[in-house]
Design a protein around this ligand. Structure first.
Ligand code: GLN
Length: 507
């Protein structure tokens, strides 16, 4: 049997429910592993030792009373832009560095109710703006598969925690790719549900029409269990959808018989380079081998996704972040009058990327430019959503890359534009509000160790059970995220052996 902290959420819940191990024992093991491991990785901004132990005790009491909990005792990593009563919630920003949340986000509360134990709050790009975690003002997070590389962003801390076995489930938020991309970079599942499926109450807003909470896990089954626990209507979030959630953990499939999977004409694989192209071609063949019929679909306006997103998201961010004025939350830099206090607080509290977004957004919303930029971006957004609706007339799911490159070296992307390009494949789904996930699909031989990349699958609104079901079939058949110990690079070297064996076969 694997070490306690190595087990999947499903295994942990089974054992805790059957009282073969207690949530308290598991929590001790998880905390010890975090202490031993996280110095190197830097996934957590804050480890919640006391709260974790108290919560575990309460889970054990509930089990002793005969309750069965879907996520009993499961160690949970929470991205630090989600509120948890009485704990610091920083958004990895100086402006909130010492702010303590007075209430708990609905999605987090639901996970705790389902039996999760909160191990800690994880690092992110400041206010979730970025693709590598390097925009965090509070620390560096490293990719567990290669410590010189980024874990992806903005939910990089949760992805790295799950990859490094420092939690079984991570909670992330995805505005333009921030769950799927770190999922791909850290060889885990990153799942963004339909917009409105998971309450945003208590998620500190970046771009409210796009933000969505979802899980990062090591198996698709775990993603389904976590989604089933966190999804559902919440009167505290006016965009939350009042429609029953069909459970997805009970409808996982073993094959793709009868499914039509769309391959996007405009997403040619050549620009990705030979190594990534080969991995995706293989992934598409594997989907076919599992019984799916591949059909070509077109998303003619997907190319406008990036430009559209980088107007709408900053516009909403400039409005959402106006609340950090030195009066209501967090940092205050003293000055003689309120306006100076306000501007000095924001100058000292926000990092360069956040300031850039606020400037772009304020500009796009200002009179004279509003119609030219913001309104046009909204129209383009409608077109992108319409493209997907038309494509889904021809197919049940769409498969495409999750990222435009493998995990890159820390510091390698210094200009903002090259960082924005990272989101090319994930933004269109965010604009359309449809569910999408990244599932490990293989390794690219670049640098010293092979690097993980992800296959993105996306589905129409509310088709989470189908999406997770299909991802499960692919995962079970391919096993790219084999149980592995990234901290010792066992997994990477196994992958290297496989690659060598394969090239031998070809010769
Ligand atoms: N990388 C994108 C950005 O910087 C997406 C971030 C996110 O999804 N939160 O805005």
């Amino acid at each position: 049997m694997s070490e306690l902290f190595e087990r999947s959420a499903a295994e942990i819940a089974r054992e805790v429910n059957e009282r073969r191990v207690s949530a308290s024992e598991l929590t001790q093991a998880a905390l010890a592993h975090v202490r031993a491991n996280d110095g190197e990785i830097g996934a957590y901004l804050l480890v919640l030792d006391e709260l974790a132990k108290e919560t575990a005790l309460r889970v054990d009491e509930r089990i002793a009373r005969g309750e069965r909990l879907p996520l009993a005792g499961v160690p949970l990593a929470v991205k630090d832009n989600m509120c948890l009563t009485g704990t610091r919630t920083t958004c990895a920003s100086r402006i909130l560095e010492r702010w303590t949340a007075p209430y708990t986000a609905t999605a987090v509360a639901r996970m705790l109710d389902a039996g999760c134990v909160p191990i800690g709050k994880t690092n992110l790009d400041e206010f979730a703006m970025g693709s590598s975690c390097e925009n965090s003002a509070l620390g560096v997070t490293r990719n567990p598969y290669d410590l010189e590389r980024v874990p992806g962003g903005s939910s990089g801390g949760s992805a790295a925690a799950v990859a490094a076995r420092e939690a079984a489930v991570g909670m992330g938020s995805d505005t333009g790719g921030s769950i799927r991309e770190p999922g791909a970079f850290c060889n885990v599942i990153g799942f963004k549900p339909t917009y409105g499926r998971v309450s945003r109450y208590g998620l500190i807003a970046f771009a409210s029409s796009l933000d969505q909470i979802g899980p990062l896990t090591r198996t698709v089954e775990d993603a389904a269990l976590a989604y089933d626990a966190m999804a559902g209507h919440d009167p505290m979030d006016s965009t939350s959808i009042a429609r029953a959630v069909e459970p997805s953990a009970t409808t996982l499939r073993e094959d793709l018989q009868g499914l039509r999977i769309g391959i996007v004409r405009e997403f040619g694989l050549d620009p990705l380079g030979a190594a990534m192209k080969a991995v995706y071609e293989r992934a598409y063949r594997d989907l076919e081998a599992l019984g799916a019929r591949l059909v070509e679909v077109s998303l003619p306006t997907a190319d406008y996704g990036l430009a559209t997103y980088y107007l709408i998201a900053p516009a909403e961010c400039s409005s959402n972040l106006a609340r950090f004025d030195g009066v209501r939350y967090g940092l205050q830099v003293q000055a003689g009058d309120v306006a100076t206090m306000n501007s000095r607080t924001r100058a000292a509290g926000f990092g360069p990327e956040v300031k850039r977004r606020v400037l772009i957004g304020t500009y796009a919303l200002s009179s004279g430019y509003y119609d030219a930029y913001y309104v046009r971006a909204q129209k383009a957004r409608t077109l992108v959503a319409r493209d997907f609706a038309q494509a889904f007339d021809k197919c049940d799911l769409i498969a495409c890359p999750a990222t435009s490159c493998p995990p890159f070296l820390l510091g390698a992307k210094s200009d903002p534009y090259s960082m924005y390009l990272m989101d090319y494949y994930t933004i269109p789904m965010s604009l359309a509000g449809i569910p999408a996930l990244s599932v490990p699909c293989g390794w690219v031989d670049e640098g010293d160790v092979p690097l993980p990349i992800g296959l993105q699958l996306t589905a129409p609104h509310f088709a989470e059970p189908l999406l997770l079901g299909a991802a499960h079939a692919y995962e079970q058949a391919t096993q790219h995220a084999l149980r592995c110990r990234p901290e010792s690079f066992d997994c990477a070297s196994r992958a290297q052996d496989r690659l060598r064996a394969k090239s031998r076969d070809r010769r």
